[in-house]
Design a protein around this ligand. Structure first.
Ligand code: FES
Length: 169
């Protein structure tokens, strides 16, 4: 498994790491703003969320009441509920780690750098990326979806885990 977001030791390039985090934070704000201006936000809204609880690198989120996309800027994570399933995915594109956008009108994610496209489940549609969006390991506990941020599955390396990295409602 490769953790694309948190694998760079700060001692190697502290300025780069801080710069990248600032970029992701800013991009996440842009992500929300862009999605909020969509024409049918009520159908599949986007909102900013914070973890309900954090224990080390294990975080929990309330299970979304309706289909929609939420982002946790602090943890560079996306929570997506669609068609009776909830996924927690990396905010960044698997191609070159650019923060993804949600295009509400098209009901899909898109990378602003090379325009790779992904479904609400994070499944690759087309573009320069060579795999779908990376998914965190998740479990359901009561009314929460619990994600282990140290277990990030890549579709091409962790096939079985990636395919089952969601909870059903
Ligand atoms: S960085 Fe997303 S497609 Fe290249």
């Amino acid at each position: 498994m490769t953790d694309q977001i948190h694998d760079a030791p700060e001692s190697e390039c502290p300025g780069c790491e801080l710069g990248r985090r600032a970029f992701l934070r800013d991009a996440a704000v842009a992500f929300v703003a862009l999605a909020a201006t969509g024409s049918s936000a009520a159908a599949l809204p986007v909102r900013a969320i914070a973890a309900l609880s954090t224990r080390g690198r294990v975080v929990s989120y309330p299970i979304p009441a309706v289909d929609g996309v939420s982002i946790d800027k602090a943890n560079d994570a996306i929570v997506s509920r669609t068609a009776g399933k909830v996924f927690v995915m990396a905010l960044t594109c698997p191609h070159q780690n650019t923060a993804l956008k949600w295009l509400d009108g098209d009901k899909r994610f898109q990378c602003p750098k090379h325009t790779s496209k992904y479904t609400p489940e994070g499944v690759f549609i087309e573009g320069r990326a060579t795999r779908s969006m990376d998914r965190f390991a998740v479990t359901k506990t009561g009314n929460a979806v619990v994600a282990d941020l140290d277990k990030l599955y890549e579709e091409d390396h962790d096939v079985a885990q990636w395919k089952t990295a969601f909870i059903t409602l």
